[in-house]
Design a protein around this ligand. Structure first.
Ligand code: TYM
Length: 505
């Protein structure tokens, strides 16, 4: 039973416990995810040869599901793809929304992997008092802010549900939907008899992009061509808990997750950043003057009520919003440490830390606005166009298939440059060496070196489902039988050779 004191964290509702705060440790336990260890961060730094993003090294992205497995596979030479998203319900993003997108950009650059971004215009239509046409328009508006975070059009595919829904996407959704009962959905998402049936049916829409065959133009038609890593705040966890529960049954890998804390509302952690109260948040459209006013007038302070009190006791950093926000957006670790010490001890005053925050956020937001102004409809189309994106993988996986790359590039670039050529070239590319009918393709441009093929085959055998649809089981049995036959043939050959050698001796 839910009491007033219980914290609530769902994709649509976030509120703290009795003290208004979110107890993240409790969430990790309840949800069953793991905390990100120092050791895992070091492994990420080693294999990407990149210093961890401040969000990671400061524990702001603090929880995960099988991120370690993604890193282990990456260390062995396997790639993965990133998947994140936004529910377009307002004209512009607030600073909290920038958190997952800035982090995703860092992950994409560090790991050099492709990215898909889902805009759930349908979700917002189903949940909010908005017309579908408005949600579709907002999806494009929000996409401009997402693009302004600096994603490379060559490696990023953005799609809005109401426009992109294609057969392979729908097939995944239907398969997922069949695996989840209404009782389970009620347990995971808190649906009631009053929920409209669109809401009840929505979770598979957000689950499906966790499987690469939702994007045949990018990753081929094989559900196991690439593993998926999802960066988001922890409110999205229920969607992917459900996805991970059904993954095996539909023949896919469980998506991995890397999850963040919430960027707190301006008026304090227990408050909510809400579009209906513009003073509760800073938006990426705010002017320098608005930023300054909002911080000075509304940022919740943990500092002393008077200068004397602050000098004597120092600030309570646990509740101080300017301090918390600097933890997200001030990059310089040394400076941050110094501010924490001085402000916490009373050497620094509330007005001073607020000014520092203004000085950090104003250029950040202004830069964002400049980049956003460059995102014309033509630029946006580069991200939304499924026909153009495959080219990216040539670059991504260049190091694995230098030889083929040349051939492929020539074909794609072909004189006519028309779409037919691209499609033909794509089809070619999607044919996996030695692929059977059941195994229609692999990630376009994904490493096809001996190593990669071996890893992939081994994984397909290892991960063969033990439960699920008849056809999945039949396929698994076929793969297993083929592997056993090959092993038996190898053993027989070795035995024959040994016998021959023995006879000769
Ligand atoms: P939405 O639009 O509510 O939020 C977009 C992303 O921002 C994160 N987020 C925050 N992160 C830090 N601090 C905050 N205060 C804060 N508020 C929101 C959200 O966790 C999310 O990552 N249903 C989703 C859209 C979606 C999606 C996805 C998100 C579709 N597919 C895959 C993540 C991954 C939504 O409405 O997000």
């Amino acid at each position: 039973m839910t009491t007033e004191e219980e914290q609530v964290v769902t994709p649509w509702d976030v509120s703290g416990g009795a003290d208004g705060k979110i107890d993240y440790q409790k969430l990790v336990k309840e949800f069953g995810c793991s905390e990100i260890s120092e050791e895992l961060i070091s492994r990420i730094e080693r294999c990407t040869k990149t210093k961890a993003h401040p969000f990671l090294r400061r524990g702001l992205f603090f929880a995960h599901r099988e991120l370690d497995e993604i890193v282990t596979a990456y260390e062995k030479g396997e790639k993965f793809y990133l998947y994140t998203g936004r529910g377009p319900s307002s004209e512009s993003l607030h600073l909290g929304h920038l958190v997952p997108f800035q982090f995703t950009k860092w992950l994409q650059d560090a790991f050099k992997v492709p990215l898909v971004i889902q805009l759930t215009d349908d979700e917002k239509f189903l949940w909010k008092d908005l017309q579908l046409e408005d949600c579709r328009r907002l999806a494009r508006e929000n996409a401009k802010d997402i693009v302004a975070c600096g994603f490379n059009p060559e490696t990023t595919f953005i799609f809005a549900d109401a426009s992109y829904m294609c057969p392979s996407f729908y097939v995944n959704m239907v398969k997922i939907a069949k695996c989840v009962t209404f009782n389970q959905a009620k347990g995971i998402f808190g649906f009631t008899g009053d929920s409209n049936i669109g809401q009840i049916g929505f979770p598979p829409v957000q689950a499906a992009p966790s499987f690469p065959d939702c994007f045949p133009h990018m990753f081929g038609m094989n559900k196991k061509s690439l593993k998926c890593l999802i960066p988001c705040a922890i409110d999205q966890d229920p969607y992917f808990r459900m996805t991970r529960d059904v993954s095996h049954r539909i023949g896919g890998y469980k998506p991995a997750l890397v999850e963040s804390r919430f960027f707190p509302a301006l008026k304090g952690e227990s408050g909510k950043m809400s579009a209906s109260d513009p003073t509760s948040a800073i938006y990426v459209t705010d002017t320098a003057k608005e930023i300054k006013n909002k911080i000075n007038k509304h940022a919740f302070s943990g500092g002393g009520a008077t200068i004397e009190e602050q000098r004597e006791h120092g600030a309570n950093l646990d509740v101080d919003v300017p301090w918390k926000w600097l933890n997200f957006f001030l990059e310089d670790d040394e400076k941050l440490k110094e501010i924490g010490e001085k402000y916490g001890s009373g050497e620094m005053l509330t007005g001073e830390i607020k000014q520092i925050l203004v000085d950090v956020l104003t250029p950040m937001v202004e830069e964002h606005q400049k980049r956003r102004a460059l995102v014309t409809d033509e630029v946006l189309d580069l991200y939304f166009n499924p026909k153009k994106t495959p080219k990216v993988f040539l670059d991504l996986f260049r190091e694995y298939e230098e030889k083929e790359f040349g051939k492929w590039e020539k074909k794609v670039a072909g004189d006519s440059g028309d779409d037919d050529d691209l499609c033909k070239a794509l089809e070619e590319k999607m044919k996996l060496e030695g692929a059977t009918e059941n195994e229609e393709g692999c990630a376009i441009g994904a490493p096809k070196s001996e190593d990669w093929l071996r890893i992939r085959k081994e994984r397909m055998q290892q991960d063969a489902p033990t439960e699920g649809s008849k056809s999945a089981l039949k396929k698994a049995a076929k793969i297993k039988a083929a592997a056993e036959k090959k092993a038996a043939e190898k053993a027989a050959k070795a035995a024959a050779r040994a016998a021959k050698e023995a006879a000769a001796a």
